[in-house]
Ligand binder design. Structure first.
Ligand SMILES: *Cc1c(COP(=O)(O)O)cnc(C)c1O
Length: 395
């Protein structure tokens, strides 16, 4: 079949919830993707910040193949080997206490919300607890996660959503304080807002939120689904701020291609929230997904991914700053590590993305006017130079 035939078949049979770019990707190698016609693309999107290790990492593939041959699924009624190893590595990397594995980011958010509500319920027995979330945030598409996603366009057709959600402005501590009541059980935010347009939290904002949460015994939920797993140069973005959450959510690059997420609880939240019967999942934490997670942590160590991101990110930032200086259509650069956004003015971001694809570069958007760069974490300076060439041609 040709690329066009695959596209036609997809549109014929897959529910139209995405306006897809007209490319049929068929394989990947390192930081490059290839479409069905064999055309090569430099990938600065990584499947939306997922493929941290790049494509066709042989050690990763071998581990998964080995696990497929052994055992892929058991349910959570029994123990399995990769679950124990993956959980230990995630807990050690975060310094938090206990983990619950999910199949996606949005499910990790659902679990975090349930844990926070349970924590508060155990304290006072009330059933009207509130959560403060941020405007311009993104936490997922299931109803609970959508309820804390500060985007009215995403929410409106699906109301009523879950109750007791109040919104405040990201990086405005006073606006958060103004929403606190005696029923507030949690404050949820992305350490670096992703979908909303790549906005890192201000250190003072984050530490102010932490202090507020400590004073009022409110749980801080940090959504690290996009900014976590080495993307900003720390394993989790909050680790650079020195502000730890009570609950953290992760997904995207946690499995580097295998669908898996998790919510990770600090000691306080772990000891006073979910117990047997409160939460469950058939697939979550299955041997295949956990083998991926466990292998990802091993390879991050072996390849010194964090060190590589920290060393290479300043070069990426410098090249992007130079590019923005040369072109009036780029108004600003924002971001941290390998999570960068270029603010586009005077033309739709989608036009640049389409031209970039023509020129063999995969980039995506964030918000309405931001060009988002979330490459595999293994890109080199040469890849960055090549990206700049292909992007500049596309402006
Ligand atoms: C992608 C994302 C989610 C949702 O994850 P899914 O796996 O798509 O459900 C939640 N929060 C943030 C910050 C994300 O970037």
């Amino acid at each position: 079949m040709t690329g066009n035939e695959y596209m036609e078949k997809t549109e014929a049979y897959v529910l139209h919830t995405y306006n897809r770019f007209p490319v049929v990707f068929s394989r990947g190698e390192g930081v490059h993707l290839y479409d069905v016609d064999g055309k090569e693309y430099l990938d600065f999107a990584a499947g939306i910040a997922v493929y941290g290790l790049g494509y066709n990492n042989l050690a990763y593939n071998a581990a998964l193949k080995d696990q497929i041959d052994k055992l892929m699924h058991t349910s959570n009624l029994y123990y399995n080997e990769p679950l124990a190893l993956a959980a230990e590595k995630l807990v050690r990397a975060s310094g938090l206490d206990k983990v619950f594995f999910t199949n996606s980011g949005t499910e990790a958010i659902e679990g975090a919300i349930k844990a926070a509500r349970k924590y508060a319920w155990l304290k006072d027995g009330r059933t009207d607890h509130e959560i403060i979330a941020m405007r311009n945030s993104f936490h997922g598409r299931s109803l609970g996660a959508l309820s804390v996603t500060g985007n009215t366009h995403y929410q409106e057709p699906f109301k009523p959503l879950i109750g007791g959600i109040r919104f405040a402005d990201f990086n405005d501590l006073e606006s958060v304080k103004a929403q606190v009541t005696d029923r507030t059980c949690a404050i949820i935010l992305e350490t670096v807002q992703g979908e909303g347009g790549i906005y890192p939290a201000d250190p003072a904002f984050l530490s102010g939120i932490r202090k507020l949460c400590d004073e009022r015994d409110i749980l801080l939920i940090l959504d690290e689904i996009q900014c976590g797993m080495g993307r900003t140069g720390a394993m989790f973005a909050w680790q650079d701020y020195g502000t730890a959450p009570d609950i953290m959510t992760v997904a995207k690059a946690l499995g580097c291609g295998i669908p898996v997420g998790a919510f990770v609880l600090g000691k306080k939240a772990a000891e006073h929230s979910l117990v047997p019967g409160d939460h469950g999942t058939t697939y979550g934490g299955n041997p295949l997904a956990c083998r991926a997670v466990s292998t990802v942590f091993d390879l991050f160590d072996e390849l010194k991914i964090l060190q590589h991101v920290r060393e290479t990110a300043p070069y990426l930032e410098m090249r992007l700053d130079e590019l923005a200086e040369r072109h009036d259509c780029l108004a600003a650069r924002r971001g941290k590590g390998f999570m960068q956004g270029l603010v586009v003015k005077g033309q739709p971001v989608g036009d640049i993305i389409r031209r970039a694809l023509d020129n063999g570069l995969v980039v995506i958007s964030a918000g309405s006017d931001v060009l988002r760069l979330v490459p595999p974490l293994v890109i080199t300076r040469d890849d960055i130079d090549e990206m700049i060439v292909r992007l500049e041609k596309s402006l």
